[in-house]
Design a protein around this ligand. Structure first.
Ligand SMILES: [Mg+2]
Length: 145
């Protein structure tokens, strides 16, 4: 498969993936922003989720159910690509400025942030730490494909 075909597979315009010459470090200021923005998003998203009743009842508080619902959002993202609707405007009123794929990815991220807040996870710390770890790993993390 040529790079040109690959970049347009399923009609998704994928950025060309050149190895960047620039440093992939988070600056101190970037890290500080992550430490502020992620916990803020966790808190407000979780409060909204609680307010809308998504943490009521045993099954709704089951962490396994909550994580599987994130998979459901990713499955919706996959389906939008398979049905060639990923670039369509979102069909929710007032959300026409985002695409169907963006909506589903946002849903998945929102569910993860909600989960992290409910179970008192420090996602900002984990993201920064994991990014630093990934930076230190070999090309393709030592895998061949
Ligand atoms: Mg969805």
């Amino acid at each position: 498969m040529s790079d040109e075909k690959y970049s347009n597979v399923f009609g998704l315009g994928c950025k060309p993936h050149e190895i960047p010459g620039e440093v992939c470090d988070l600056t101190f200021s970037d890290a500080e922003n992550v430490r502020v923005v992620i916990p803020t998003l966790q808190r407000v998203i979780h409060l909204n989720s609680v307010k809308h009743g998504f943490w009521e009842g045993i099954s709704q508080r089951n962490p396994l159910v909550k994580l599987m619902l994130t998979n459901c959002e990713l499955a919706e993202a996959v389906e939008s690509i398979r049905k060639n609707t990923s670039s369509n405007p979102c069909n929710k009123p007032g959300l026409e400025h985002i695409t169907a794929l963006e909506e589903e990815i946002a849903d998945a991220v929102i569910r993860l942030l909600d989960f992290a807040e409910a179970y008192n996870l420090n996602l900002a710390r984990a993201i920064i730490a994991k990014h630093e770890y990934n930076r230190s790993r070999p090309f393709r993390h030592g895998k061949t494909c």
